[in-house]
Design a protein around this ligand. Structure first.
Ligand code: NDP
Ligand code: BG6
Length: 513
């Protein structure tokens, strides 16, 4: 196997390291990059990967010599791939005047090769085609595995044996799920490492590419006012909320094998938690940041079963429209106990966060779509204005809300005097709404992550020890839930979710935001 080809182009200077302060731009040099989307006929490739690649091309972020290959079993010609891809390029870029022209140029750089995922011979054919586009350059290759997890290893094996770069770097982006528990995740890592070095593996968690998640560190470490308050001394609780107003439509088959805890909590929400709670890293270098994230994850208390509530949506009729139950999906067993909703209380047993509940809530088919981080601060000691608030103590504490999506915003709830004679207080927002403050479009998470992978920037990708720590936290409680065949609390499609989540919050004197 060609495992040792990792960054084999030692004579070539490494890609310019970005410290995340300026927009990333590749040096336009003599090297080429080919990006092979393995599983190009699939949903993710169409929905996210090709549009993101086009956006990068449009923004002039891809190197001068780049080529995109789609690879999958489906039979397609280059023209058919281009036709398929062109239908997906409906992103924000469309609004611009020269988009059509750029699209044509982009599509000319897209090619297709049909092959089996476990065939070294088929990947060798791909290799031959890639070489035709790489002639005379240092050939860097990025493979994006956009395929179901059960075929990851076969594809990595065949690609690394037959289609690794001979004189440049070879990197592989791997999509979640990275296993379904500690054991299967470790087995996947071991198998991947038979063919790749750790620094060739880019495990994607697309939430890390979201603008406001990336901004978390800026908010904390680049403003004087937040970091001093960022501890048990001033913070009462932290809430991490993921809510979708649609069900598992079309992905029931995948979802039933994983459930909401593995789909959202163990990765997206836990990654946000780690960035939120980590200590100040030594620098913005990927390893320094990931070292701090691992430390937080390893300081977390094992999750107790009675600190977890699970739910599953049931059908509901509203306004004459019938919304289906999770188990109405033909690809889901009718008696499935898989949770589509979960809430959990987590704790970090270190000096900074001792005793502060981190409440997570994730659900599908709820009443709204949003992802938020809500930080509820403690009461003002001896508050002079207490009687102005009546008995509702919640109304006197500050709350910082980081709205990751939709309508990206950061706002701080403060107590304020209502203008006029007399003394009446209310709660108002100091509001940074991105759409009013910034005119530019916010890039899709996949754009940022793809560019980082091309540039070799690992800050927003998951290292294997982070993954191990994340699974160590969730595996025991998932096993408990599954061994005990815990029945989820049923909630109507489009509702606020199970009442149990409110009892769980109340147990820690918290009210969900
Ligand atoms: P798909 O189910 O659409 O599969 C992608 C391609 O893989 C298919 O077009 C098909 O191509 C091939 N394929 C599918 N099933 C099999 C099989 N059993 N054996 C061999 N080949 C198969 O996946 P998605 O595009 O939805 O997702 C790709 C990866 O990204 C998965 O790991 C998924 O979990 C992950 N992901 C997906 C998200 C999404 O929104 N879709 C979100 C986050 C992660 P062909 O038949 O042409 O070979
Ligand atoms: C994926 C989950 O990782 O994230 C999906 O598998 C979920 O179930 C999706 O819908 C949400 O991503 P986004 O970017 O649309 O919030």
């Amino acid at each position: 196997p060609l495992k040792k080809v990792k960054n084999a182009n030692l004579s070539v200077p490494p890609p310019q390291e970005s410290k995340g302060i300026t927009p990333f731009r590749l040096n336009k040099d003599k090297s080429s990059v080919t990006i092979t989307v393995v599983g190009a006929s699939g949903d993710l490739a169409k929905k996210k990967i090709f549009p993101a690649l086009f956006a990068l091309y449009y923004e002039d972020c891809l190197p001068e010599h780049f080529t995109i290959f789609g690879y999958a079993r489906s039979k397609m010609t280059d023209a058919e791939l281009r036709d398929m891809v062109s239908k997906t390029l409906t992103c924000r870029i469309d609004k611009r005047a020269n988009c059509g022209e750029k699209m044509e140029q982009f599509l000319k750089r897209c090619f297709y090769h049909s092959g089996q995922y476990d065939s070294e011979a088929n990947f060798a054919e791909l290799d031959k085609k890639l070489k035709e586009h790489e002639a005379g350059t240092i050939a860097n290759r990025l493979f994006y595995l956009s395929i179901p997890p059960n075929i990851f290893i076969n594809a990595v094996k065949s690609a690394s044996i037959s289609a690794s770069s001979a004189n440049g770097w070879t990197r592989v982006i791997v999509e979640k799920p990275f296993g379904r528990d500690s054991e299967s995740s470790a087995a996947l890592t071991t198998a991947l490492k038979q063919y790749l070095e750790e620094d060739q593996i880019f495990r994607i968690d697309h939430y890390l590419g979201k603008e406001l998640v990336e901004n978390l560190s800026v908010l904390r470490f680049s403003n004087l006012i937040f970091e001093p308050l960022w501890s048990r001394q001033f913070i009462r609780n932290v809430q991490l909320i993921f809510s979708e107003d649609f069900g598992t439509e079309g992905r029931g088959g995948y979802f039933d094998n994983y459930g909401i805890v593995r789909d959202i909590m163990q990765n997206h929400l836990l990654q946000i938690l780690a960035l939120f709670a980590m200590e100040t890293p030594v620098s913005l270098d990927a390893e320094d940041i990931r070292n701090e994230k691992v430390k937080v994850l390893r300081s977390m208390r094992p999750i107790q079963l009675d600190d977890v509530v699970i739910g599953q949506y049931k059908s509901h009729t509203r306004g004459g429209v019938n919304y289906p139950a999770y188990t109405d999906d033909k690809t889901v067993p009718h008696n499935s106990l898989t949770p589509t909703f979960a809430a959990a209380a987590l704790f970090i047993d270190n000096a900074r966060w001792d005793g502060v509940p981190f409440l997570m809530k994730a659900g599908k088919a709820l009443h709204d779509r949003r992802t938020e981080i809500r930080v509820q601060f403690r009461h003002v000691p001896g508050n002079l204005y207490k009687r102005n608030f009546g008995t509702n103590l919640d109304h006197e504490t500050n709350e910082l809300v980081i709205r990751v999506q939709p309508d990206e915003a950061i706002y701080l709830k403060i107590n304020n005097k209502v203008p006029g004679l007399g003394m009446r207080l209310d709660r108002s927002n100091l509001n940074l709404l991105y759409s009013t403050r910034y005119s530019g479009e916010i890039p899709d998470a996949y754009e940022r992550l793809l560019l980082d992978a091309v540039e070799g920037e690992r800050r927003l990708f998951i290292r294997s020890d982070e993954l191990d720590a994340a699974w160590s936290l969730f595996t025991p409680v998932l096993k408990d839930l599954e061994d005990k065949k815990t029945v989820p609390e049923y909630y109507p499609y489009g509702s606020r979710g199970p009442v149990g989540a409110h009892y769980l919050a109340a147990k820690y004197k918290v009210r969900w935001g």
